[in-house]
Ligand binder design. Structure first.
Ligand SMILES: O=C(O)CC1=CCC(=O)O1
Length: 266
């Protein structure tokens, strides 16, 4: 557990060498550190990999909602400062991708490159998020989780039961944490600040994500000059869970290309 200057308890886990090139992984709404489990063994061993639980998720502190995106970004920023992390490649899915963009805008010394996965500068429309918040506040978290899985996972993945871990984590996430984070998503539009970013960027979209349209990820990635974009076939909203090998391969190729890693996936 990492206590920030303001005593906010952010839960992070590190693996790999302390002096390795840092790779920071930020999960999506209703996810946690375990989102990345299938990918970790396939990434270069030289990396210092830092997985962070966002506010209201996993073992990170869960204040009462609503949350602001600024707070969610500040807690990651402070956690990275506490761990003396600079020049990281930051990977974010959905909500994590919003935090990653905001962090890059605020702290270019901490973020040397971005990997934006099934996310955008602005996600959806406020009434849509408000309906989700209302449903969660009305006790409907489990029903919502079950409805989201067919949007997040494609049919073959569902047939193989690949949604099981994501469903469990979503259902175990504190309802206040989910509602708070949804408020942060609802109030965020990073179109202009993200368009001002100048850093290496890779966009990854699961071709079968029925929650975040592929074009939204593609459009946001293309705001940053020189960025790359990959459409992952047979993958939905959580590529680390349904296509860990392909995800690790594209991520590693990007890391090698920008000089953050030198080896192929192990
Ligand atoms: O993946 C995300 O973080 C964005 C999101 C919000 C609700 C949902 O289902 O996905």
């Amino acid at each position: 557990m990492d206590f920030t200057a303001a005593s906010f308890a952010t839960n992070t886990i590190q693996s790999g060498p302390e002096d390795g090139a840092p790779l920071v992984l930020l999960h999506s709404l209703g996810g946690d550190l375990s989102t990345w489990d299938p990918v970790l063994p396939q990434l270069p061993e030289t990396l210092r990999i830092v997985r962070i639980n966002l506010r209201g998720h996993g073992k990170t502190e869960c204040p009462p909602p609503p949350y602001s995106m600024g707070s969610m970004i500040r807690e990651v920023e402070q956690s990275l400062d506490n761990q003396n992390i600079r020049d990281a490649v930051v990977v974010g899915i959905g909500l994590g991708g919003l935090v990653a963009q905001g962090l890059a805008v605020k702290r270019l010394d901490q973020v040397r490159a971005l990997v934006l996965v099934n996310t955008a500068a602005k996600l959806g429309h406020p009434p849509h998020w408000q309906a989700m918040i209302d449903e969660i506040n009305g006790g409907g978290k489990s029903d919502l989780a079950k409805r989201l899985m067919p949007l997040w996972f494609h049919r073959a993945a569902l047939k193989d039961g690949l949604e099981g871990p994501a469903l469990d984590v979503f259902e175990q996430t504190n309802s206040e944490g989910l509602a708070g984070a949804l408020d942060a998503i609802k109030g965020t539009d990073f179109y202009t600040p993200t368009a001002g970013l100048r850093l290496p960027c890779l966009g990854i979209a699961g071709a079968e994500d029925r929650f975040v349209p592929n074009d939204m990820t593609r459009e946001t990635t293309s705001l940053i000059p020189g960025s790359d974009f990959v459409l992952l076939r047979k993958s939905g909203h959580l590529p680390p869970q349904d296509q860990p090998e392909a995800f690790a391969l594209h991520l590693t190729e990007f890391l090698v290309r920008i000089g953050h890693a030198s080896s192929a996936p192990t």
